[in-house]
Design a protein around this ligand. Structure first.
Ligand code: GLC
Length: 743
């Protein structure tokens, strides 16, 4: 065909015409939905299919021809992952991608403070924005069903109401930076063992009352722009392409208008990927036989196989257009929003935020004889003992692993805080995991120590005897079968012989505090031997400063547990009645069925139903001061449908130092036609009080707080009758109750 070259005046006119007609999809004065339709109509079939799956390990294509940018995903919930090679998990070796590690999300949940969560989301969102990421693959809100789950440290505890209140600000904070949050792992991913093959069997009440609420809040209140499907199965369909969870509930009942992103390697089937709610496929191991064998992106389930089915007329383009609309909507909310802020990386503000979140989330579990805080005017020599006093915790644990600007260890933080006021002596105490490397990021620490446990304990005891005060810093770490992705713990006890070390130290010095660094509950057989115990989560970049501030009393601890510490594993429903880790099918499918037989009775709900006394209850946390709760007053003794009542009380700081108290509201249905927990968390407020100061706390109770999910009617329902409002300092520390009637 002869090529006609247009020159001269005609070309100017044509060019002028073309420039004059700015495409609607680029015209920011037009509504986004109109821009989406315009862009969709300009895209070829191949471009539409291409945009629904990855082109590299963490990026998916835009539409280059139309100037629609690529989409860059990044882990994780606690900080921005370092760059990896185009098609590898290993490091790209960039020198400008170190980040601030914020505390783990269990710590955030333990602050019980939505304002802190907003600060968290804003800060990590700024780091993601500065690194030019489109989607932050976070936060995780899977419910803490078993203390063995390797990824509980990335989530927000056992209670759907607390997780729901805390996830919303995080999502909003991230997204105000023009970066999408991607709330994960939707849904029922409550363990790491058999995570790709576990088929969860759970009744609708537990699904709707326990496992879905935090995701629903993230979508309907947080307005999350993306959701990540889970690896596990539900009703025999993988979470990344699941008709029930994605189409019926997420997009149907909840009206989700964002993008469903698969977990990496979570897609297994083109037909289901087309029809069951998946929009964007990442990380597929295309030959389906092994991890990473042949990441030929054209072989992705939503790549050539999809295009082929369309071209053969075996599947239409309705589902494709819906996926593309959602992905274009993501573009207009992020990369194509000219008003996006610019973000920041490793700023003083982010470092201060990391420290503040950590200090707000640390939990004082026990403090006999007011052994804490340490009075530096009275001690000359402090022993710091334990591997977790020195071990870097920002490297490892799976996809949330980071390359940080720095991580101040607990030992270095204590030394810095103590200065010349006292001598600080360190002893290892035990050897856990001396390694420190993940995906090519190395901690650089050499923690090798060939001494025997006996030698290590003898040294620790000797040092303890010579000191006025002993701080043992242990717990779990980010190694396999500790707090780590893709593996669960094998039991609830501390590893590496720590229990023996702690007991020996308790005999050697009465001024002992145990600092447990973990993302899960651990057994504490020495709990009666040790005066003070602090739950100090994975605190990230500012670990050392935050721990030192709390131990020295610069900051009064105010965190409370977002999950129960059971005495033993059999005190947990998933282990007593549930089928954890599941029952393998014997049909060659590799599927492992797991019945959540405990149903809605998870965490404190289980403990109360079965009258089990926990080691430390949900919602527990002490202070260096004390608080008195006044008598609650209800605005009415009756509540009607769509009505509400207020319950108010005063809280007074009756101690000598300023502090914060988290007042909790639980609701119990005195008589129901279905089994219900004794009480369920339905409100909380963190109130700051100076010594002697008193403030009023007001809770509003609505009929929604009284409802359970009626599976038969597939609807939420409140039954007329008596209810009780419990005002509490923890799930087991009820200060008062108010009875009222729902009519
Ligand atoms: C991982 C995790 C997920 C993470 C993704 C990308 O397997 O399950 O949380 O965001 O893959 O690293």
């Amino acid at each position: 065909m002869r090529k006609v070259i247009i020159t001269g005046a005609l070309s100017v006119i044509l060019a002028g015409n073309v420039l004059a007609q700015t495409p609607v999809y680029l015209d920011e004065t037009k509504p986004v939905e109109a821009r989406i339709e315009d862009a969709l109509n300009r895209m070829t079939l191949e471009e539409k299919v291409a945009i629904t799956h990855a082109q590299s390990k963490f990026c998916s294509p835009g539409v280059a021809r139309l100037g629609i940018p690529e989409f860059w995903m990044t882990d994780g919930p606690h900080g921005i992952r370092p760059e990896v090679l185009w098609d590898e998990w290993d490091q790209a070796g960039w020198t400008n991608d170190s980040c601030v590690a914020f505390p783990a999300l269990t710590c955030l949940a333990a602050t019980w403070d939505p304002e802190v969560s907003m600060l968290y989301g804003k800060s990590i969102g700024e780091e993601a924005r500065y690194r030019n990421k489109t989607v932050l693959l976070a936060p995780g809100v899977n419910i803490y069903r078993t203390p063995l789950n390797g990824r509980n440290f990335e989530y927000m505890g056992e209670d759907p109401y607390l997780a729901g209140r805390m996830v919303v600000p995080y999502v909003r904070g991230v997204q105000q930076n023009g970066v999408a949050a991607c709330v994960k792992h939707y849904a029922l991913n409550n363990q790491e063992v058999n995570r790709h093959t576990t088929n969860v069997i759970v009744d609708d009440r537990a699904l709707y009352e326990i496992y879905l609420p935090a995701f629903k809040a993230a979508v309907q209140e947080g307005k999350a722009w993306s959701i990540m499907g889970s690896y596990n199965l539900y009703k025999d369909q993988h979470g990344c392409h699941n008709q029930y969870l994605l189409n019926d509930i997420l997009k149907g009942e909840w009206g989700f208008d964002g993008v469903v992103v698969s977990d990496w390697g979570g897609v297994h089937n083109t037909e289901e990927a087309i029809h069951n709610g998946l929009d964007l496929e990442f990380g597929s191991w295309t030959n389906g036989l092994s991890n990473g064998a042949s990441n030929a992106y054209d072989n992705y389930y939503l790549a050539q196989p999809y295009l082929k089915l369309i071209k053969e007329g075996k599947v239409g383009t309705k589902e494709l257009d819906d996926k593309v609309r959602r992905i274009l909507r993501l573009a207009y909310r992020t990369t194509m929003d000219r008003n996006r802020p610019y973000g920041a990386l490793c700023s003083e503000a982010h470092i201060a935020a990391a420290r503040h979140i950590a200090e707000e989330g640390i939990v004082l579990l026990q403090n006999k004889n007011n052994t804490l805080p340490i009075d530096l005017g009275k001690v000359k020599k402090i022993a710091v003992i334990g591997e977790n006093a020195v071990k870097m915790m920002t490297v490892g644990g799976g996809s949330s692993s980071l390359k940080v600007k720095y991580e101040l260890s607990p030992l270095d933080g204590i030394k810095k805080r103590v200065g010349k006021r006292a001598e600080v002596v360190y002893a290892r105490g035990y050897v856990g995991d001396p390694s420190g490397e993940y995906n090519g990021v190395k901690s650089g620490q050499n923690l090798e120590d060939k001494r025997s446990p006996e030698e290590l304990i003898a040294e620790a005891v000797q040092v303890a005897k010579e000191c006025d005060y002993v701080i043992f810093i242990g717990g779990l770490n980010k190694s396999a079968h500790q707090d780590c992705e893709d593996s669960d713990r094998k039991d609830i006890a501390l590893s590496y012989g720590q229990d023996a070390v702690i007991s020996a130290l308790a005999k050697a010095n009465k001024n002992l505090v145990v600092v447990n660094i973990s993302g899960n509950a651990v057994a504490m057989p020495w709990v009666k031997e040790v005066p003070s115990i602090v739950q100090a989560w994975y605190l990230g970049t500012e670990s050392g400063n935050a721990i030192a501030s709390i131990l020295m009393g610069d900051v009064n601890p105010s965190g409370k547990l977002p999950f129960t510490f059971p005495v033993a594993l059999n005190d947990v429903g998933a282990h007593k009645l549930g089928e954890y880790p599941g029952v393998p099918r014997n049909d060659g499918s590799k599927i492992v069925d797991e019945k959540y037989n405990e149903g809605i009775f998870v965490g404190y709900r289980w403990a109360e139903k079965n009258k089990i006394t926990p080691l430390f209850p949900f919602g527990h946390g002490l202070s260096y001061t004390t608080f008195a709760y006044g008598t609650p007053v209800a605005s009415s003794k009756t509540i009607t449908a769509d009505g509400n009542i207020q319950v108010s009380l005063t809280v007074k700081n009756t101690g000598a130092v300023a502090g914060k108290e988290i007042v909790q509201l639980y609701i119990g249905d005195e008589k129901a036609s279905v089994p219900r927990p004794v009480k369920e968390l339905k409100g909380f407020q963190k109130v700051e009080l100076l010594p002697g100061e008193e403030k009023e706390v007001v809770f509003t109770i609505t009929d929604n707080d009284l409802k359970f999910f009626d599976a038969a009617a597939h609807a939420w329902k409140a039954e007329p009758g008596k209810f009780k409002a419990y005002i509490a300092a923890s799930a087991t520390d009820v200060r008062s109750t108010v009875t009222f009637e729902y009519k």
